[in-house]
Ligand binder design. Structure first.
Ligand code: SF4
Ligand code: SF4
Length: 370
C-alpha cells in the first residue's frame, strides 16, 4: 500500500501541480468520471484563519475542486461544523474567496441516515450527502489532538456525523478513548473515501486541535487511497509509534491497513514534534476513578485574560461540565470526559490542557499499574 509524500507550499502554481500529480498517480483520472457527484471533505470544524493551522488550507480545497471539475464531475465541498455558522467559517478561512467563480456546491452536511457500522455500535447516523455520493475525497489537516493524540485521515471523517450528533458520540464513547477510536475507524470504513490528501504544509503540534495548538511548518503533502495507510505513514513521519495512536491501534485490531505501508517519496526528518499524551481516562472502581481523575488526569483550564465569557465552550460541551460565571468559567472535572471539544471551538484560544501537580509527580508510577 503506497503512501505518496511530496514537498509542497501554498504557492498556488506549485501546489496545483503537486496536487494534480498526486491525484493522477493515485488513479484519479481513471476513477473520477464525467457526471459523478464527488464530495470533497476538508476539515472545516470552526472559524479560524489559515495561519492558525486549524483547518485544511483553502487552496488545497480549491485544487481538489478544480481537479474534479477537470474530469467533468460535480464537486461538492461539505463538512459539519462543531459550532457557529458555516458561512462564517468559509469567510474566516478564506474558502469563499478561494472558490469564487467555480461551479461548486459548498454547504454543511444537513441530513442523517442510519447505517450499520458493525459491532459494538450497530446503527449510527451519518450524512446522507456522503452516503449517496459517487465518491468522497478526504482532505484532512495534519494536527495534534489533546484527546486522540493526532487527528489525521481517519479522524477527519468524524465530520460526516451531522452537527450535534458528534457531541452525543463524544459523550457515549468519550470516557473510553479506545472505544471512540474504534468508532472513528468504523466510520472511516463506512465512508470509504477514494482518496485522502493530507495538508501537512502548515501543520499543528502541541495542544491541538483548536487555537491552543501551535502551527508548525512541515512543508509536505501526503496522499493515499487508504486513510489507514496514510495515518500509519504520518506517525512514522513525525516519530510517533503508530500503536500509540488510538485510531491506528483500533485499525490494526481490525487488520487495517490490509497491506504493508510503503513510502513513495522522501519523508523529511522532523525533530521534536510535540504530541499530547494519551494516558488512561478511566481508573477502576467509581470512588478510585473519581479521585484519580480529579488529581491525576490532565484537564481543560481557562486563561481568564483571553476568555471573553462568550459561552461557546459551555454550549459545545457534551458532558455539560462547564458553567460560565461572572468571574470566569467553572469546570466539573468529575463530569468532564476529556474530549477537549471546548478547546477545539474556543475562538480566543483561551483554553488549554494542564496536568495537576500530583499527576505530574505520580504519572510515571501510575502508568506502570493501569
Ligand atoms: S473559554 Fe473560549 S469559548 Fe469558552 S467562554 Fe471563554 S472565550 Fe468563550
Ligand atoms: S469540559 Fe471540555 S473536555 Fe470536558 S467534557 Fe466538556 S468539552 Fe469535553
Amino acid at each position: 500500500m503506497n503512501v505518496l509524500v511530496r514537498p509542497a507550499s501554498y504557492d498556488w502554481r506549485h501546489l496545483k501541480t503537486e496536487f494534480d500529480g498526486l491525484m493522477n498517480r493515485l488513479g484519479g483520472r481513471e476513477a473520477i468520471r464525467e457526471g459523478m457527484r464527488v464530495i470533497i471533505k476538508p476539515n472545516l470544524l470552526s472559524a479560524a484563519k489559515p495561519h492558525h493551522a486549524v483547518l485544511t488550507h483553502p487552496l488545497i480545497v480549491r485544487a481538489a475542486v478544480e481537479y474534479v471539475l477537470g474530469q467533468g464531475a460535480r464537486p461538492e465541498v461539505r463538512d459539519s461544523q462543531a459550532i457557529g455558522s458555516f458561512e462564517r467559517i468559509l469567510r474566516e478561512n478564506g474558502l469563499d474567496k478561494a472558490l469564487e467563480g467555480l461551479p461548486v456546491t459548498v454547504r454543511e452536511f444537513r441530513d442523517s441516515v442510519p447505517v450499520d457500522a458493525g459491532p459494538p455500535f450497530g446503527k449510527i447516523e451519518l450524512s446522507r450527502e456522503v452516503l449517496t455520493a459517487d465518491m468522497v475525497i478526504n482532505l484532512p489537516k495534519l494536527k495534534t489532538h489533546s484527546q486522540m493524540a493526532m487527528t489525521l485521515g481517519v479522524k477527519n471523517l468524524f465530520g460526516c456525523v451531522v452537527g450535534y450528533r458528534k457531541a452525543e458520540w463524544h459523550l457515549r464513547a468519550g470516557v473510553d478513548r479506545d472505544l471512540f477510536a474504534r468508532l472513528l475507524v468504523q466510520i472511516a470504513c463506512t465512508v470509504r473515501p477514494a482518496f485522502t490528501i493530507m495538508d501537512g504544509i502548515l501543520a499543528m503540534e502541541g495542544e491541538g486541535p483548536g487555537r491552543s495548538g501551535t502551527p508548525r511548518a512541515l512543508g509536505i503533502l501526503m496522499a493515499a487511497t487508504d486513510p489507514f495507510a496514510l495515518d500509519e505513514a504520518v506517525c512514522r513521519f513525525v516519530g510517533f509509534p503508530p500503536e500509540k495512536l488510538p485510531t491506528c491501534r483500533a485499525a490494526r485490531e481490525l487488520g487495517l491497513p490490509g497491506e504493508e505501508v510503503a513510502i513513495d517519496g522522501e519523508l523529511p526528518e522532523v525533530q521534536g514534534f510535540r504530541i499530547p499524551g494519551t494516558d488512561p481516562l478511566f481508573f477502576g472502581s467509581a470512588p478510585v476513578n473519581s479521585l484519580m481523575r480529579r488529581h491525576l488526569l490532565q484537564r481543560p483550564v481557562c486563561d481568564p485574560e483571553s476568555c471573553t465569557l462568550c459561552g461557546i465552550c459551555r454550549d459545545m460541551c457534551p458532558a455539560k461540565a462547564i458553567t460560565v460565571e461572572e468571574t470566569g468559567l467553572r469546570f466539573d472535572y468529575d463530569a468532564c470526559i476529556r474530549c477537549y471539544c471546548c478547546i477545539e471551538v474556543c475562538p480566543c484560544g483561551a483554553l488549554r490542557t494542564t496536568e495537576p501537580l500530583l499527576g505530574r509527580i505520580l504519572r510515571p508510577v501510575v502508568k506502570r499499574f493501569v
